[in-house]
Design a protein around this ligand. Sequence first.
Ligand SMILES: Nc1ncnc2c1ncn2[C@@H]1O[C@H](COP(=O)(O)OP(=O)(O)OP(=O)(O)O)[C@@H](O)[C@H]1O
Length: 291
Amino acid sequence: MTAATSTAIRVRGLRKAYAGVPAVDGLDLDVAHGEVFALLGPNGAGKTTTVEILEGYRGRDAGEVAVLGADPARSGPAWRARIGIVLQSSAGLDEISVQELVQHFAGYFPDPRDPDEVIAAVGLEAKRATRARQLSGGQRRRLDVALGILGNPELLFLDEPTTGFDPEARRDFWALISSLAGGGTTIILTTHYLDEAEHLADRVGVIAAGRIVALDTPDRLGGRDQDQAIVRWTEDGRPRTERTATPTALIARLAARLGGEVPGLAVTRPTLEDVYLRLIGQPAETLEVVS
Ligand SMILES: Nc1ncnc2c1ncn2[C@@H]1O[C@H](COP(=O)(O)OP(=O)(O)OP(=O)(O)O)[C@@H](O)[C@H]1O
């Protein structure tokens, strides 16, 4: 395979400013075919601008962009048919049923998936005859995903897909995304939910002020795997906390000192959220260290 075909997305030196104010400020990115890549970052960091440039919906000021081997700014319907997009919110055609809507949109694609299979894949079989406007928020999102995958895309963009979902709906949705990824679809996900990124993404990119400031697997991001463990226990009726690179040795000392079972013992590593907040310059929840 050549470099051009082994990479689903290749971005170098991407820049975009609005009225002279940079929103994307020299961004580089590579996403491999079949990868689930999550783009994280605070409000206004430049995620939507970047993703819309990749989707071909927004122009750029500078930089090289190749998506499925083509420049989105110069690509036509054949390229677009290889891409699925699930936006933050969709509107329109609310008065027709799920079945009619999915069937209607299938007509726009050269090689659509079977509408009935797509409705089943997103778990909307029981809502087939329901009008779109009568769906719950989570069901509406499933319909959005159905429309996003209907064209059998090689590359799927998901923009904050589970905002407003209840926990069970999120788990179901994650299973759907994992099954798409398992089938080889490349997925670009923007999300504000760190657990979602951790659950779904092969790699995570953190964007701040228009640049990627960290990029790694969720368990290694920002040196997370090298971080010290946090040991919590109760002693003399008081909660105690200590950060340590050698938690096993600490627990052995505690067990010896306390004569066996250590009350309230818990050992944790910094969460992806702790690391993310540190990367974007926000202090994580203050940890009181008493040793
Ligand atoms: N059409 C526009 N015109 C002018 N400024 C814009 C426009 N779109 C975005 N911006 C600005 O560019 C910056 C980046 O915005 P962008 O929407 O890309 O951020 P984001 O990371 O997607 O944020 P969020 O997490 O809130 O969706 C922001 O400061 C925003 O105000």
